[in-house]
Design a protein around this ligand. Structure first.
Ligand code: G6P
Length: 598
């Protein structure tokens, strides 16, 4: 979703801002813009990609500036709705990520006071409010403006007459980058990595001022100190490194991601999660909250917890839970979020914490909002994930969930310690199993070529592979624009069967567990309706290949780990299908990497 960046220093701002803007592209956007201040403010913006903006924009002279990638919420993607937005004098400019809920009433009030609006955006009220309160001190004007505003925001404000950037954050991400006689403010770390690895993570309610050589954070009208952090991600990690797409690179990084995530935790679990929380909650129901791909990891977690620990667990989508979940009481929730910034997940976490529930976050981004709300955070070690479609972060989330179940096992009983040891062994073999899939993907490529000419595909799975059918369908629809639906295989005959024909392939995700025989029956039922079947099966299987049209063979693993190998095969299937169809794989239309609005 919207990305913002601000620069102040000795260098020309325009090339730095455009470079950083390109690093924010992965968040998803439909238009972009830049403003640079010298004697006045020069703005260039349009509903175009960053590369086109860079080519078309005139040279903007100045060493202070702000820039923005917009993901439309209020008003269509257009030149006039793109940020930065100005006040009536054009001596103030604002970039904003978030949503101003009371913008309509503010707009009416400001209009009655003589302000002229030119865009349909909610953001424009901020620039007019700052103008209203501006009497030569930008931070005071921003603070006054924000006291009128309800909603979420990360903003950076620029004034033609002051050599500074003023920023503010509430419920939308913002970090400060500390350079050498230059400073930055940005939506996230990848935008800064080429310039600095020294950052300050801001808290909700922070307002501040950045100059060339100072950073001031203000809370409740008092200056406060915020700790500086060193980012461990390198700039190279956020590059394609010779791969055609970030998605392919990220899929190929997964053996390392598994090793890194496990390596971190299998040594000293006690130090990562305070086991007292688990002891405390005993076998009470657990809640898992997550959106999108992370929700599918959460669903796998639910199956693992219920199956292996016999603890009841619920996986919920926060956008629903936030409106109906009040009757469910739990003392421990696991929030799964790659970015740590998904608005619905954060809202649910806050709500649960207020109700006295402990929250463990599983997140990939150090210092993200979720990690600051949570009582404890277990970090996935996936490194920066740039492709909008999540791949390696999902696998890393699974690793953490497997690990958590292992830790739980130890907490519960000595008998379970044996299972924990077996799991550890299985987990340690996973990097090489995943590598085998990456090294032998010709069958997947063949299936992708086959699928690419269809417009509707079903994915079916049972048990712990039901979430993987959902994830396989999500990956395919996100990046290839083929209509794909994931189904619990047993549910296909309760509706989807009406759609089955020779033009509706079904991808069957099979594991050699207690669901195997039922899956076999379901595949036969589908075949009897003339629908082509592609089956994902373990290499030990000799039965299924005889009854289906195409087979993808995955390495033999204990069935509880089949979600890992099956997912990697389905990621490649989606990737190659999208490539065959010539799609914009890393930045699919209308989608955002980080969904920071409700
Ligand atoms: C967006 C992304 C998905 C991601 C989801 C949840 O929709 O495009 O890839 O799974 O948000 O994001 P989170 O950062 O909370 O895992």
């Amino acid at each position: 979703m919207c990305g913002i960046i601000g620069y102040i220093g000795k260098r020309q701002a325009q090339p730095i801002l455009l470079h950083s803007l390109a690093k924010l592209e992965y968040r998803g956007y439909d238009s972009c813009g830049i403003a640079v201040a010298s004697s006045g403010i020069q703005i260039y913006k349009d509903a175009v990609r960053v590369a086109e903006l860079a080519k078309a924009s005139p040279q903007l002279d100045g060493t202070i500036g702000i820039a923005h990638t917009r993901w439309a919420t209020h008003g269509e993607p257009s030149q006039v709705n793109a940020h930065p937005h100005c006040d009536c004098t054009s001596r103030l400019a604002v970039v904003h990520n978030g949503v101003i809920n009371n913008y309509q009433s503010l707009r009416e009030q400001l209009t009655s006071e003589g302000h002229k609006f030119i865009s349909e955006t909610d953001t424009e009220v901020i620039s007019h409010l700052v103008e209203k309160y501006y009497h030569g001190n930008l931070e005071k004007a921003v603070a006054a403006a924000l006291s009128d505003v309800e909603g979420s925001y990360a903003i950076i404000v620029l004034a033609a007459d002051e050599p500074k950037l003023v920023f503010a954050k509430k419920d939308s991400p913002l970090v400060i980058g500390i350079g050498d006689r230059e400073n930055f403010a940005a939506s996230d770390v990848p935008a800064l990595l080429d310039y600095t690895n020294r950052v300050i993570y801001l808290e909700d309610g922070d307002i501040g001022v950045v100059t060339e050589d100072s950073i001031k954070v203000i809370r409740d009208s008092k200056e406060i100190a915020r700790e500086e952090h060193k980012v461990l991600w390198s700039a190279e990690q956020a590059q394609k490194g010779g791969y055609e797409h970030f998605m392919l690179k990220e899929i190929h990084e997964q053996p390392k991601v598994i090793r890194d995530t496990l390596g971190e935790y299998t040594q000293v679990p006690q130090q990562i999660v305070d086991l007292e929380i688990m002891r405390d909650t005993g076998k009470e129901p657990l809640l898992i909250l997550a959106c999108g791909t992370s929700y599918h990891a959460g669903l796998v977690g639910k199956y693992l917890i219920e199956e292996l620990l016999r603890v009841p667990a619920r996986a919920e989508i926060p956008s629903e839970f936030n409106y109906h979940g009040h009757s469910f009481t739990t003392r421990l929730t696991i929030a799964v979020t790659q970015s740590g910034e998904t608005a619905d997940t954060l809202k649910a976490m806050k709500m649960l914490k207020e109700a006295g529930c402990k929250v463990i976050a599983i997140s990939n981004v150090v210092g993200s909002t979720a990690t600051r709300i949570a009582d404890q955070t277990i970090y996935t070690r996936a490194g920066p994930e740039i492709s909008v479609a999540a791949t390696k972060s999902f696998i890393a989330q699974l690793m953490v969930l497997y690990w958590l179940v292992m830790v739980y096992s130890k907490v519960y009983s000595k008998a379970d310690a044996k299972r924990a040891a077996d799991m550890l062994l299985g987990l340690r073999q996973l990097p090489s199993k995943v590598q085998q899939i990456l090294d032998n993907d010709s069958a997947i490529l063949k299936c992708a070529k086959y699928l690419s000419s269809y417009e509707n595909v079903f994915f079916a799975g049972r048990g712990i592979n039901f979430p993987i059918a959902l994830e396989g369908a999500l990956k395919l629809k996100e990046i290839s624009y083929i209509h794909a639906e994931g189904y619990a295989a047993g549910e296909l005959k309760h509706g989807p069967f009406a759609l089955l024909s020779a033009d509706t392939p079904v991808v069957a995700v099979v594991a050699k567990d207690n669901t195997y025989e039922a899956m076999l029956t379901n595949i036969k039922e589908v075949k009897a309706r003339r629908a082509p079947v592609i089956a994902l099966v373990g290499e030990e299987d000799e039965t299924i290949e005889k009854i289906v049209d195409l087979v993808i063979t995955v390495p033999r693993v204990n069935a509880i780990f089949s979600p890992v190998v099956n997912t990697v095969a389905l990621q490649l299937l989606a990737y190659y299908t999208a490539r065959q169809r010539g799609c914009s794989i890393d930045f699919p239309r209308n989608l955002a990497k980080s969904v920071t609005v409700e």
